[in-house]
Ligand binder design. Structure first.
Ligand code: NCD
Ligand code: ZN
Ligand code: ZN
Length: 361
């Protein structure tokens, strides 16, 4: 069976470039996006110079305009000691605000609940907020959602406990959405023995009971979005004294979801919902005309580092056989990936500027 997915959209990637071009560039990582079947993505702000002020934002925008081979939008980052003075000015140039509430790559950690409160209060209603929040921090953020009633997307939810907190937030009617990552759906901490530092990311790999809870939440509709959290680091950085956290994912996510369909824990219709329809609706970006990706569920492939276009050249899924091959990607009526070659030139991707206004609870 060949699945035709309308314009897959990844709302959570780290394309690096700028001061971290050694990890990846917008040219290399948007080639990886098209190879993996994605026509659009939203880039996170934690790559230096962090996207936390208008100067850094303009620099990143200029870089994307000349380099991107697929459509793109940018998250603005909240920063210490508070950068609310920029919010009004940047809100129409970005897809939303990202707040890092636990330790991870970059230096955007905000641990002070009062500062989080001031930041969420200052961010204009109508534009999404996305949070990195793990375990107890999920509850801290939910308190603020309850207070401000602004829409918040919870990135890379990875445990049964976090799901439980968010399920009751949903029942309560809070305006929240949930993203999960393929590595938390397919790997557990038992895989760390074989993967070593290549299995390190934030949030960390969990127990098989957590993985099973995520799979179940995906099927029943509690989870809204599958996001790759594509976060390339060099092999040198992964095997260094202090291993970098993060794994690439743009080229493996859709084939892995094909495998989920094959294994019977994901319906094909849900797949399209999770990687396109829902993220486009939640973050406000309409489907471009004549744009789709063909995922061949009748064919398997063996993931191999040598096939990757991501500059980092490795994947935690290398050596795994999955049922699912990206056959072609068409964007606005033009074939941009033919199953072998990326046909879109750097700079041909469009900025996602026309965000539909949100009506929050
Ligand atoms: C991400 C990175 O390297 O930028 N790392 C990760 O382990 N997921 C940051 C993040 O998403 O927390
Ligand atoms: Zn994160
Ligand atoms: Zn991330």
């Amino acid at each position: 069976m060949r699945l035709r997915i309308p314009a897959p959209f990844d709302p959570h990637v780290h394309l690096r470039d700028l001061d971290w071009s050694h990890k990846g560039t917008i040219v290399s990582e948007t080639a990886a996006a098209l190879t993996g079947g994605y026509t659009a993505l939203l880039d996170m702000p934690n790559t230096p110079p962090a996207t936390t002020n208008p100067v850094a934002l303009n620099r990143k925008r200029a870089r994307f305009l000349e380099s991107a081979r697929c459509d793109w939008g940018l998250w603005f980052g909240a920063a210490q000691p508070g950068n609310q003075e920029h919010f009004e000015r940047v809100q129409h140039q970005v897809c939303g605000l990202k707040i890092y509430n636990n330790e991870t790559t970059g230096d955007l950690l905000i641990e002070d609940q009062e500062l989080r409160d001031r930041i969420i209060a200052a961010w204009p209603a109508g534009a999404p907020i996305a949070v990195h929040a793990e375990e107890d921090t999920v509850d801290d953020i939910l308190q603020l959602v309850r207070h401000h009633r602004k829409y918040v997307h919870f990135c890379h939810i990875s445990s049964a406990n976090e799901l439980k907190l968010l399920a009751s937030a949903r029942e309560e009617g809070l305006p929240v959405s949930i993203g999960v990552c393929p590595h938390h759906l397919f790997l557990t901490r038992d895989d760390l023995t074989a993967l070593g530092p290549l299995g390190l990311m934030k949030p960390e790999l969990k127990a098989s009971a957590d993985r099973d809870a995520l799979r179940q939440a995906l099927g029943c509709g509690l989870v809204d979005v599958v996001e790759s959290d594509h976060a390339p680091h060099t092999l040198g950085e992964k095997y260094g004294e202090v291993p970098a956290h993060g794994v690439p994912g743009l080229e493996t996510t859709l084939p892995l979801l094909g495998q989920a369909v094959h294994e019977g824990w994901l319906e094909p219709d849900r797949l399209a919902e999770l990687v396109s329809v829902a993220p486009r609706r939640l973050f406000g970006y309409p489907l471009p005309p004549d744009s789709w990706t063909e995922l061949d569920l009748g064919e398997s492939q063996l993931f191999d580092n040598r096939d990757l276009r991501s500059h980092c050249g490795w994947s935690p899924f290398s050596g795994m056989r999955v049922q699912g091959v990206v056959r072609q990607v068409t964007l606005r009526g033009r074939q941009v990936y033919d199953g072998e070659q990326v046909l879109a030139a750097p700079g041909s991707g469009l900025p996602l500027t026309q965000r539909n206004p949100r009506v929050d609870a």
